[in-house]
Design a protein around this ligand. Structure first.
Ligand code: AHM
Ligand code: MG
Length: 322
């Protein structure tokens, strides 16, 4: 089985970016270990104890954020960092070539129940017309991402990543500490009979979106004339991993009762990287109106509605919303 770095070299990924990806994934290896320790990771472990003295009783999402931040700050390859766990951007190395954003532990409500969680990350080129400590560094559309991926901490630790070409899947070999290529090219089936949505939000959806889901639930007796299955992890990274693996549609639509903040998921470090992974695996990724990757961001913590997955099913869903 091929190792990650030779795969990236074969894909002609520039060396500076390979080194940055390597750093990021080394941090994720450490997170994977912490996650597997569960409740014990608050009392065991070494790396972090040395970095932030006296602060060993941290929650896993805070620990993960700190690990990623520390390693990226030290790498010398990153000009600016944004994280779900940081209110503002963090300036790193002046004149470094890249900027990185991440959700250190997506699906954090699953931490306490030993459910699926993951680290989502995205890399862009740094902008020379904005200072390192400016949010403007991230004022770039998702189409500008040079790398997007996640590391899923499930029964096995898996990395899904694209550097512009196909979305590839790697599995962390914990005996050797390296990521091995296990699926050369993910390809989401265009048709599906599986959907992922938080059904308890039914009363918050637009009439059009509720109509679409209702037609899925009607199954063989309804207009879609097939039986649909439903799955909901409570962790986008786990739900989208399933969609990438065997097809499906993942939806987190707007809440019409909350016009001041209708969407839940964040554009920069959730929707955009997962949209790039899905598109590069032949799927589609939209808000209720637009292609996610074409949104001009206005804020690093901006939220958007998300509809992504099997191409024909996404088209069908959008046809209800137009
Ligand atoms: P988080 O980043 O704080 O974990 O929140 C995002 C998560 C997504 O991973 C997931 O799809 C969604 O929130 C679950 O929301 P819900 O509480 O409606 O199940
Ligand atoms: Mg999240």
């Amino acid at each position: 089985m091929k190792r990650l770095i030779p795969c990236l070299e074969q894909d002609n990924v520039e060396i500076e970016l390979i080194l940055l990806i390597k750093t990021l994934l080394t941090a994720c290896k450490e997170i994977s270990f912490r996650v597997s320790q569960g409740a014990l990771s608050n009392v065991l472990g070494s790396t972090l104890d040395e970095n932030i003295q006296g602060e060993t009783q941290k929650k896993l999402d805070v620990i993960s954020n700190q690990l990623l931040k520390d390693m990226l700050l030290e790498s010398g390859k990153v000009r600016t960092i944004a994280s779900e766990e940081e209110d503002f951007v963090v300036a790193a190395t002046e004149n470094a070539p890249y900027i990185v954003a991440f959700d250190p532990l997506d699906g954090s409500s699953n931490i306490d129940i030993n459910g699926q969680i993951g680290t989502i990350f995205t890399i862009y080129r740094a902008k020379d017309d904005a200072p390192a400590n400016s949010e403007l560094q991230f004022s770039q559309k998702g189409t500008e991402q040079v790398c997007a991926g996640y590391v899923l901490y499930g029964p096995s630790t898996m990395l899904a990543m694209t550097t512009g070409g196909p979305t590839r899947l790697y599995t962390l070999d914990k005996t050797q500490g390296c990521y091995l290529l296990t699926t050369e090219q993910l390809s989401i089936p265009t048709e599906t009979q599986e959907f992922a949505v938080n059904m308890s939000n039914f009363h918050q959806w637009s009439a059009e979106f509720a109509h679409y889901i209702n037609d899925l639930i009607l199954g063989k007796a309804g207009i879609r004339a097939k039986k649909y299955n439903m799955r909901w992890n409570g962790a986008m990274v786990g739900d989208v991993h399933r969609v990438l693996s065997r097809g499906g549609i993942f939806c987190y639509p707007n809440n019409i009762n909350q016009p001041e903040q209708p969407a839940k998921l964040r554009l920069l470090y959730e929707a955009n990287p997962l949209a790039m992974l899905v598109e590069n695996a032949k799927g589609k990724a939209f808000t209720e109106q637009t292609r996610i990757l074409e949104i001009q961001p206005s804020d690093i913590h901006q939220r958007v509605a998300v509809i992504m997955g099997s191409a024909n099913e996404v088209d069908k869903c959008l046809s209800y919303l137009r």
